[in-house]
Ligand binder design. Structure first.
Ligand code: ATP
Length: 333
């Protein structure tokens, strides 16, 4: 995973509490110690990256992490619904769907508005679908990552929210692409209609040649969508633990990722009991249960196709760079 200097993105996801953050943070530390300038980004609204690094990362800007060989930054994304609403409203001239419909009616273009089908601007702005604020935040971060000041990062690790949220997130770029695409089409038609009317009335129309918020957002969302499907640039790593419930959920996640064509090659089985020649009754029971879950992985048509990474259950909580370095060296070979 550390081979090559071409930029690569890793998304770490799975059921709640299985160790996604610890795995993402330890992978980021491993990359940084393998010579890669790295940034680890939490998109989980209930962040725990700060706890994992024992460092306050909540400011909304990337924070440098000390104690590694190459630059390592960590960032907790703060999705900001109000800002999303502002962005969309400023791009649709502040009126929402009612405003646009009135304006178009007054220009005799009401039929064009109706043709826009099921897209409900007002609803989209007032009740963004779950995950939309997150995808907008990711899209904005992706925009940032392309700026010259971020070009040094060759590894980007995302610590994602628990499964359900991640799945919505993965299908959202397509939704956003079509929604924003329709809004932009409408905006362009409105702009040219209003320019035509103004030129008939003898008024000068100022030409806007810079992309607006909507166009920028659309561009970034398309990049996220393309990235989610690019096997050379991106990989989704499923983290699970050896319990029947976690493995069953991971199998569902794996199927959905395949359906969405998201490159998925590895399954990290976390918190596996270390070998022991003298198990107590509790550990013997636990080990039996873990073997059952492992058999479930081996017999699952989707999960069995992934390469399996074992991560031991450590006897201490993984917090801070030295602990993450230890975990990283033990699981990410
Ligand atoms: N292999 C391990 N050995 C021991 N403790 C572990 C291991 N992996 C994770 N933990 C501990 O389990 C707890 C949950 O881990 P973590 O926060 O990484 O999970 P998560 O999947 O990101 O959780 P959430 O879904 O709530 O974001 C933490 O206390 C962490 O230190």
């Amino acid at each position: 995973m550390a081979l090559g200097n071409k930029r690569k993105y890793y998304m770490i996801g799975g059921k709640g509490g299985v160790g996604k953050t610890s795995c993402a943070a330890s992978l980021a530390v491993k990359f940084a110690n393998s010579g890669h300038p790295t940034i680890v980004i939490s998109t989980d609204p209930a962040h725990s990256l700060s706890d994992s690094f024992s460092q306050d990362l909540s400011g909304g800007d990337p924070v440098p992490v000390e104690g590694v060989d190459s630059p390592l930054y960590a960032l907790e994304i703060v999705p900001d619904k109000l800002k999303l609403k502002e962005d969309l409203q400023s791009s649709t001239q502040g009126g929402g769907s009612a405003g646009i419909k009135d304006l178009m009616d007054s220009m005799g273009l009401g039929a064009m508005f109706d043709q826009l089908g099921d897209l409900k601007f007002e609803e989209l702005m007032d009740n963004p679908p779950p995950g939309m604020d997150e995808i907008v935040a990711i899209s904005k971060v992706m925009g940032l990552l392309e700026s010259p000041s971020y070009s040094m990062f060759s590894r980007i690790v995302f610590d994602t929210a628990p499964t359900g949220h991640t799945l919505r997130l993965l299908s959202l770029p397509d939704f956003m692409d079509s929604s924003l695409g329709k809004m932009m089409k409408l905006q362009k038609k409105l702009a040219s209609a209003s320019a035509a009317i103004k030129s008939v009335l003898g008024k000068q129309e100022k030409q806007l040649d810079t992309p607006d918020q909507l166009e920028l957002l659309w561009g970034c969302t398309r990049k996220v969508r393309d990235l989610f499907h690019d096997p050379d640039a991106m990989e989704f790593i499923i983290v699970t633990i050896p319990t029947v419930m976690a493995v069953s959920e991971s199998a569902r996640l794996c199927r959905s990722l395949r359906k969405e064509n998201v490159p998925t090659r590895r399954l990290l089985l976390n918190q596996v009991l270390p070998p022991s020649s003298s198990d107590c009754k509790f550990c013997a029971m636990k080990r039996k249960e873990q073997m059952n879950a492992l058999n479930l992985v081996r017999n699952d048509p989707e999960l069995s196709r992934l390469s399996l990474i074992d991560a031991t259950l450590f006897d201490a909580e993984i917090r801070g760079v030295p602990a993450l370095n230890f975990m990283g060296n033990s699981i990410w070979k």
